[in-house]
Ligand binder design. Structure first.
Ligand code: NAP
Length: 411
């Protein structure tokens, strides 16, 4: 018998990977239109199902019985086909969110917690928070507390985003600005693609703990697997699966001076780590069908920077990539934001006297190079997550980057 994830549209799901890692190899993505649900459940082809948007409530009617969480939340995300041919419905998101708070050491007891959104995930989050003794307020577009009177909740200590605002492919939006919240301790976003939403990047900038929904996704899947397999799985496996997923999903972004070796190191890294290679300069050249010196000559630097920003924003949305940036990418803050949402930024630091200048419009002479270095080097240091000194060979530099990334990492 097979297992799978049931939803209406499922193009970017990580669930098969996660369930494979927990031991279920025959796990499929099952897209079913609302009008075809009756027929789907009549066939009973799947021994176990996970359920996602928009069916978490709809499937209640196909369940002969519910577990305690599903009963309480009127919301099912896991179904098991029993020997008598009926389905039992479970809610493993409750365990997932509880695990997230525990894993990230977020204590909500007696704290004011603001939950954004009033859909299925919000109901689960509210139940966990109430059970842990938090004081919960829901901010909803049409509710008593809404985005027009946020100041009434500026005393929140924890904010949880249970809306899809900021989720891929609409990465650059956020449900709210954090500036007024004067005693904020943690922001949780249930979204995990991107790994850091704008909301989470804003929280980091304010030195507030920022946590995404990836560990919740993995933890709820572990609970679902226990139900499918009728066996206990040690909680330590959650961390193993989470860490592997994170290593696989996060981008490695190389920043540094023109001529420091970013393109060569990126090519080798992408082959070594089996990640996609994205070279921003190459993307810009392909867009214009011209070389970078030609673009500078014909249209000037600002025109090039606009194209570079466009390409950087596209690349930043991708997952599992090695991204070689242009030397001047750090000049625009919006580029840094785009790269940080899924990426770990590595500054490839090479002695200024060893930098290659051939074919570089802005550093074509020693004098120009030194001016550029003085302007940009502080920016590389400011924005990077780690610094790797360029080694005697490109392969040794690759080893140094891999070591630095495995010591650090995006989360
Ligand atoms: P849902 O049932 O569709 O509810 C989402 C809620 O968000 C809506 O009820 C609405 O609440 C609010 N909302 C929707 N569009 C909005 C907009 N444009 N602006 C502001 N608010 C908006 O979805 P869900 O199942 O609860 O999922 C919500 C999010 O949590 C999704 O991003 C999902 O991927 C994520 N999630 C993650 C996990 C995990 O394991 N990490 C598990 C479950 C869900 P109001 O009408 O009250 O404003």
């Amino acid at each position: 018998m097979e297992f799978g994830l049931l939803g209406e549209k499922l193009s970017h799901s990580l669930s098969p990977q996660i369930h494979n890692a927990f031991g279920t190899s025959n796990y499929k993505l099952i897209e079913v239109a609302p009008s075809a649900l009756d027929e789907f459940f009549f066939k009973k082809e799947f021994a176990g199902l996970n359920v996602t948007i928009p069916y978490k409530k709809t499937v209640l009617k196909y369940c002969a019985r519910l577990d305690k969480s599903a009963e309480k939340l009127k919301n099912v995300n896991t179904l098991k086909l029993e020997a008598d041919g009926t389905y039992t419905g479970y809610n493993t998101d409750y365990f997932g969110f509880l695990y997230l708070l525990k894993y990230h050491n977020i204590d909500v007891s007696n704290k004011k917690a603001v939950v954004l959104g009033s859909g299925g995930a919000s109901a689960t989050v509210q139940a966990v928070l109430n059970d842990l003794g938090a004081r919960v307020t829901v901010v909803s577009r049409n509710g008593e507390f809404n985005y027009g009177n946020l100041e009434l909740n500026f005393d929140a200590q924890v904010i949880i985003n249970a809306t899809p605002v900021g989720m891929f492919p609409n990465n650059f939006s956020s449900p709210l600005e954090l500036n007024g919240f004067y005693q904020l301790e943690a922001v949780v976003d249930l979204i995990y693609n991107p790994l850091k939403t704008k909301l989470l990047l804003d929280a980091e900038r304010l030195n507030v703990k920022a946590v995404n929904g990836l560990i919740m996704l993995v933890a709820q899947a572990k609970k679902a697997e226990e139900i499918f397999l009728n066996a206990q799985i040690d909680d330590s496996k959650i961390f193993d699966v989470y860490k592997n997923l994170l290593d696989e999903c996060q981008n490695i972004v190389l920043i540094g001076m023109p001529g420091c070796g970013k393109s060569t190191v990126a090519r080798l890294l992408s082959a070594n780590l089996n990640k996609k290679l994205v070279d921003i300069d190459a993307l810009v050249e392909a867009k214009c069908n011209s070389t970078i010196p030609e673009i500078f000559e014909r249209n000037g630097e600002e025109f090039f920077r606009d194209l570079e920003s466009e390409a950087t924003h596209e690349a930043g949305k991708m997952l599992s990539s090695v991204i070689a940036t242009g030397g001047g990418a750090v000049k625009r803050k919006s580029n840094i934001f785009a790269l940080k949402q899924n990426g770990y930024l590595v500054f490839l630091n090479r002695d200024v006297n060893e930098l290659c200048t051939a074919g570089r419009p802005l550093s074509s002479s020693k004098e120009k190079l030194l001016t550029l270095f003085a302007e940009r080097e502080p920016l590389y240091r400011k924005y990077c997550d780690c610094i790797v000194d360029v080694c005697a060979t490109a392969n040794k530099t690759v080893d140094a980057v891999v070591a630095a990334v495995s010591k650090g990492g995006i989360l």
